[in-house]
Write a protein that binds this ligand. Sequence first.
Ligand SMILES: [Fe+2]
Length: 312
Amino acid sequence: MSSIPYAGADRQLMLSDDDWDLAGVEGALRRDSVVIVSGVTSERADAIVAEVAERFALGEQLKLQSAFASIFGHRENVGKNFMSVNRRGDYEYVTPHSEGTHSIGMQLASFYGLENTTDGGHTLLFNVNERSAEWPRLRAVKVKMDAGGRPATQTEIVTARVRYGAYLPKDIMGPDDEVLEEIASSLPGRRFFKTLSPIAAGPMVTSGRTVMSYWDNIGSADRDACDGFIGILRDLDLLRLPEQAQDPVAYDCARHSRVWRSGADFCDLFKAMVVRRLEPGELVLYNNPTWTHAVSNWTPGSGVRRVVAAFA
Ligand SMILES: [Fe+2]
C-alpha cells in the first residue's frame, strides 16, 4: 500500500520558549512549515498564538473562534484563546481534516498539549499535495438551497446560514450537486438539500496563494478517506481496536456518517506528514488550509489525554 513520507527537517521549525523568534515563525508559516514550540506554559501558549495571529492580521478571527466555541457550547474555552477538543468515544480516532469548511476558511491552527498518559492519542498532520490528480474526485457534504430562480431575501440569507449552515448565494443548488437527502425547511417556498458538491480552491493568507484544502466536510464523509487513514495508523502501529471489532471500517462507519466513497487514493492527496505525541507544554502551529490534523485512538482506561486547540 502507498504511504505518506515524513516531513523533512526543512518543513518543521523546532523552537523552545527560550529561543522564541516571531520573525522566524512568520517565515516558517509563509513557507508552509509546521512550527513546534516546546516547554511553554499555557499562559505563554495563549500569548504566542495571539502574537502569531496578529502578525497575519488574524487577531480578530482568533477571538471570534474562541467566542463561537462558548456560544455554541460544543467546546469549552480554556485560557484566552484555546478551547477543549471534542470529547471522544471509546477507541474513537479523528480522521484528517482542515478545521472548518471552505465557507469559513480558517487560516491558522494550533494545538497545545496539557497531558497525555494514554497508549495513543498521537496528533498526525498531513500536508496537502496540490499536484495530486485525485482532487476532482472529492466532494464536500454541504447543505444547499434550491433557489427556484428567486433571489433570497435578507431574512432567508440569515436563516439559511444560522439554521442550515448554507451560505447564500454561494450555497445555491447547481447542476453538479448530487442530492443526498432533503432537509425539512422552515422557510416557505424554499427547499434545502444535503448534497455532495464539487470542491474549489480557496485563499491561504500566509503565502498569499490559492490552494486546495481538505476541509472537514470533504474527508469526514468519505469511506475511502477512512480506509486510507486506517491504513496509515496500521503502518505506524497506532491503531487500537477492541477485541470484538474484526472489521475496523465497519466499526468506524457504524458511528460516523461516512456517506460515500470518492474512489480517491488517500495517500496521493498528501505529500508529507508530521506525527507528534504532544508532550505537556508542547505547542504546534501551522497553516490550517494546507495541513490537515488527525488524532490516533487509544485503549480506554489507559490514561488521560488533554489537548486544547486554537483557530484563527
Ligand atoms: Fe478538528
